[in-house]
Design a protein around this ligand. Structure first.
Ligand SMILES: Cc1cc2nc3c(=O)[nH]c(=O)nc-3n(C[C@H](O)[C@H](O)[C@H](O)COP(=O)(O)OP(=O)(O)OC[C@H]3O[C@@H](n4cnc5c(N)ncnc54)[C@H](O)[C@@H]3O)c2cc1C
Length: 457
């Protein structure tokens, strides 16, 4: 019996989940007596690490940091975490950022903290009323805010578009997605870093004989008869099924060429989404810096300026660190600027925070500041996806034997699209879809039925 070859583009959470789902699913089919040849699974990954956006780096101070995702939103109820836990993966110690200590600092000209709280409440009330009247419609956060005729509410909507949805304008924010998203800052995290989970997933994918090839940049996918030719920077690979998991930013840049037929179905989906831009800046400090100032672990500070706001997360549980989040246009600016300039601006920024007292960080640096490059790295070109108003996301987009999955391809807002959970959910559904295709192209023993599994979403 001929073995099918499945090529997965991208070794992020969605690609690894798909490989595990297919491997495990084939085992179950064989155990159930189905005649099926174990497929060959190859993951082609452009970067030189496994995990994609889920990556843990070690700073020059020796502190391990998650440079992409680190919060499992929803804590122990998070379905991705539950899945990993059920599989007995070794995830190491776990801690929770509760975000209970929050400080808001408003620079001159920015909305005052108490006005912001009021504006958010009003905005939500307006959404609830509007939604009750238009249950099947969506509206941009900007339009919603403008209905209030309040300058403060509009300003707060723009702040949230920028610092939470990480896009440049509230016009690009779907109210349904904004209010439907259950993710907030804070959540459960792996103390040893997200790498722990990626290592466990990699081992399982490899147990199913998945061949993960790093530094293989896919440039084009061509349909040749019933199969595919995948052109990489090194050679051309043939496949029966292709699963593409690259980000919306990378897809929109046309770094990978697809056939016209694929573009005609993919492009309208991409047109409904935008790439949210976010950069993390890590500032490692001497442990005494926090103890001297009596700063409690897990403190959040948001510094609001007129045009941008910075979220600062202070981690003081023995691993002293300030993580600064730059979003939207500021993310671009930070990543494209000279390192020395950004370092100096970030230390100036900390000097402006007096409650809690972050002044003098410059003299307390322990190692170099670390700046991520998700917005400018050609294999990502965004931190995550955001849905434009009035648009529906697609569950994995299936075009014959080619499937598009990843955090952007999750239809149900309850499944946290754009987050790790969404990437996992999408990879799982995509894996099941390919599995079903594989099973239906293999002969069935008499009386045997291929199990139909729930797709969720
Ligand atoms: C700064 C930041 C903070 C975040 N915070 C959180 C958080 O706290 N909680 C949370 O749940 N989520 C968070 N996220 C979102 C989360 O990281 C993503 O939703 C998830 O990791 C996406 O996984 P994926 O498999 O869909 O995509 P990816 O991880 O992007 O995987 C796709 C892979 O494709 C590869 N690739 C791209 N182009 C090519 C090519 N041409 N050829 C071959 N390979 C290619 C890429 O290198 C990448 O490895 C955050 C993201 C960022 C960037």
């Amino acid at each position: 019996m001929a073995r099918a070859h499945i090529v997965i583009i991208g070794a992020g959470i969605s690609g690894l989940t798909a490989a595990v789902t297919i491997g495990e699913g084939v085992d179950k089919l064989i155990a159930a007596g189905k005649t099926i040849a174990r497929p060959e699974i190859t993951i082609l990954e452009a970067a030189d690490w496994i995990g994609g956006r889920a990556r843990t780096d070690v700073l020059s101070s020796g502190v391990a940091v998650d440079v992409g995702p680190h919060w499992f939103h929803g804590g122990a109820k998070n379905p991705f975490y539950k899945w990993a836990n059920d599989r007995r993966y070794d995830l190491g110690p776990i801690s929770i950022d509760t975000a209970t200590r929050r400080f808001n600092v408003s620079a001159d000209g920015a909305v005052k903290p108490e006005q912001r709280e009021w504006a958010m409440e009003r905005l939500y009330e307006m959404y609830a009323i509007w939604k009750a009247q238009h249950p099947d419609e969506d509206i941009s956060l900007r339009q919603l805010a403008e209905m209030s005729k309040s300058r403060v509410i509009v300003a707060v909507a723009e702040e949230r578009a920028n610092n939470w949805m990480a896009v440049d304008s509230a016009e690009k924010v779907s109210s349904d997605e904004f209010w439907g998203d259950d993710a907030g800052s804070g959540g459960m995290q792996l103390q040893d870093g997200i790498e722990k989970l990626i290592t466990a997933m990699t081992s399982e994918a490899q147990y199913y004989k998945t061949d993960i090839q790093l530094r293989r940049v896919v440039q084009a996918v061509r349909k040749v008869g019933k199969s595919f030719e995948i052109v990489t920077d090194k050679d051309t690979v043939e496949a029966d099924y292709v699963l593409c998991t690259i980000s919306v930013g990378a897809l929109k840049s046309n770094g990978v060429q697809f056939s016209k037929n694929v573009h005609s179905q993919l492009d309208p989906v991409l047109a409904g989404m935008t790439g949210a831009r976010m950069t993390k800046i890590f500032v490692p400090l001497r442990p005494e810096f926090f103890t001297e100032r009596n700063i409690a672990p897990d403190t959040f500070v948001t510094l609001y300026e007129q045009r941008h706001s910075w979220l600062l997360h202070l981690r003081t549980d023995g691993k002293p660190l300030v993580t600064i989040f730059a979003s939207g246009a500021m993310s671009d600016l930070v990543e494209k600027s000279h390192y020395v300039d950004i370092e100096s601006q970030m230390l100036d920024l900390l000097d402006r925070v007096v409650d809690p007292d972050l002044t003098g960080a410059r003299d307390n640096l322990e190692g170099r500041i670390h700046i991520t490059d998700w917005t400018t790295n050609p294999y990502f070109l965004c931190a995550y996806s955001a849905m434009l108003p009035g648009v529906k996301r697609r569950n994995p987009l299936v075009i014959g034997n080619m499937v598009f999955a990843g955090e952007a391809f999750v239809q149900s807002l309850k499944k946290s699209p754009s987050q790790m959970t969404g990437a996992w959910e999408s990879g799982r559904i995509a894996g099941q879809k390919i599995l079903r295709k594989l099973a239906s192209s293999s002969p069935l023993p008499v009386g045997e039925r291929v199990p139909e599994r729930s797709e969720g979403g």
